[in-house]
Design a protein around this ligand. Structure first.
Ligand SMILES: *Cc1c(COP(=O)(O)O)cnc(C)c1O
Length: 489
């Protein structure tokens, strides 16, 4: 009998109870969910417990007070952030990993799936012979890619920036629409946030090649080394895809690293109607994608792809450590034989990024793809792109709606308009607030060429075409209400 008070060994009944509670949650009918702080807080906000209540009571509190008052993110009508509720497959796999392989290291099936799923992703997105490493999100994935770019640029000058730091100023080129994790990465890597040049976009949010070339020439004249061009394959704001081929060619000609941020939009490549926009992806030195966006994992799974992980190792090696080396060392005569999962660390992911301990994430991606295959993923991507196109079509035709940007992927930027209202930004802001309060169809807002836009981004596996239409209906209804209210004396 185990003596630790927390080792009850009763996963089966408790997980099955939790599963039922989660299925209930996903019906989104719990009355308290709309009123944060109304009741659940009283139950949860207690002083440090001196004695425990036991696992059954913990399960009960989870089911009663925590789960029902969770996030709106997994709702089918939630389209604000580019994050989704994990699918059932993702939840199953993550639970399995938490118990059976809490670390990604060792010669285990989980470590194997880490590598296999990375190959599958590269294969699915046509990233020929690229090698990947998982991390916690697009923020870290971009950091690793720019770390590789920095390593490459300085090694060519005969220096090792990871060991010795940098002896000159460099510049990174990204558009005004690029994700701000690029600036943060530049800050963390010691390039400085201001090293990221804000390159102008055309009217559809794509990098202007002439502006890029001008900025690079200016930097060269000033003695600044152009280090990397960062293209977005699906901007967070509008889903715009930069002209990858032109940018990749300019990068090649100038000996500059070419990074493609596909955190959100890389899976768009599966939709043959937009696939041509990804031409030139083959020129990329690094690419990132977030399986926790369009692929249906819960938050915590991103990938950085590079041509050669050795470069990542030189940029991020954590140096040999006694506690890692010793425990896994086999006697020389056995060195070639792996007989136990702890005889070997498996692929040394800890040397390719900034995390040592890390969860097994590959098993989640493996489950997502194994469940529905490339065809199922493709079907989802197309459905979400169709939803954005549907809203665009309705907005073009309706006198009270205005399309602010033609959608490229699954984001559609539009707004409510009325001839009786001058302050359209204010009107749409109030409309958005009321929409969010209703808690059914929840886009975000953004600015498109100066105008405040409603911005649904469809990525959730539970989001279907009727949710796109329901959003439009809600916008028309609330817009009319607000115009009526503002006309009252
Ligand atoms: C979401 C996003 C990121 C940041 O990813 P996180 O997983 O939120 O850290 C970076 N780039 C783009 C284009 C994104 O959409």
């Amino acid at each position: 009998m185990p003596t630790d008070p927390a080792e009850t060994g009763r996963l089966q009944p408790l997980l099955s109870q939790l599963g039922a509670g989660l299925d209930d949650f996903l019906k989104f009918e719990h009355p308290d969910a709309l009123h944060p702080g109304r009741r659940w807080r009283e139950h949860l906000d207690i002083a440090l417990p001196r004695t425990g209540i036991g696992i059954d009571a913990v399960a009960d509190e989870l089911l009663r007070h925590v789960v029902p008052n969770g996030s709106s993110v997994p709702r089918p009508g939630f389209s604000a952030f580019i994050t989704t509720g994990g699918t059932t497959a993702a939840a199953l796999a993550a639970t399995a990993a938490g118990i059976a392989s809490p670390q990604r290291y060792g010669h285990t099936a989980f470590n194997f799936l880490e590598e296999l799923s990375l190959r599958w992703l590269a294969d699915m997105f046509g990233l020929v012979s690229m090698q990947g490493v998982y991390s916690s999100g697009g923020s870290v994935a971009n950091l690793l890619a720019l770390g590789a770019a920095r390593q490459s640029a300085f090694e060519r000058l005969g220096r090792d920036p990871a060991a010795d730091g940098m002896d000159r100023s460099v510049a990174v080129y990204a558009t005004t629409e690029a994700h701000h994790t690029i600036q943060r990465s530049a800050g963390v890597l010691g390039l400085g946030r201001r090293a990221v040049r804000a390159i102008a976009c055309d009217e559809r949010g794509r990098m202007r090649v002439d502006a890029l070339c001008r900025a690079m020439a200016e930097d060269r004249r000033a003695g600044v080394l152009p280090m990397a061009i960062v293209a977005s394959a699906g901007t967070t704001n509008t889903g715009a895809i930069d002209p990858l081929r032109s940018l990749g060619e300019i990068a090649r000609e100038n000996g500059v690293w070419f990074h493609v941020d596909g955190a959100y939009g890389l899976p768009g490549r599966l939709d043959d109607r937009v696939a041509p926009l990804y031409e030139g992806l083959g020129l990329a030195d690094s690419v990132i994608v977030d399986p926790h966006k369009w692929l249906g994992a819960a938050v915590g799974v991103a990938v950085t792809f590079v041509r050669d992980r050795e470069l990542l190792r030189r940029a991020f090696t954590q140096e040999p450590a006694a506690y890692l080396e010793g425990s896994m060392q086999r006697p020389d005569d056995e060195a070639a034989r792996i007989e136990h999962s702890m005889d070997d660390m498996g692929v040394p992911y800890y040397d390719f990024g900034v995390e040592l301990s890390a969860p097994s994430r590959g098993v989640v991606v493996w489950a997502l793809i194994r469940e529905i295959g490339v065809s199922g993923m493709t079907q989802r991507i197309r459905r979400h792109n169709d939803m954005a196109t549907h809203i665009a079509r309705v907005a073009r035709a309706h006198p009270n709606l205005e399309l602010l940007q033609e959608p490229t992927l699954s984001i559609c930027c539009f707004r409510y308009v009325s001839p009786e209202v001058r302050d359209l930004d204010g009107l749409n802001q109030r409309l958005h607030r009321r929409l969010t309060r209703e808690n059914r169809n929840m886009p975000s807002t953004t600015r498109v060429n100066g105008a405040l836009a409603l911005r649904p981004c469809f990525v959730g596996a539970r989001s279907e075409m009727p949710h796109a239409q329901a959003l439009v209906d809600d916008v028309l209804r609330i817009g009319a209400e607000l115009v009526r209210e503002s006309a009252l004396p």
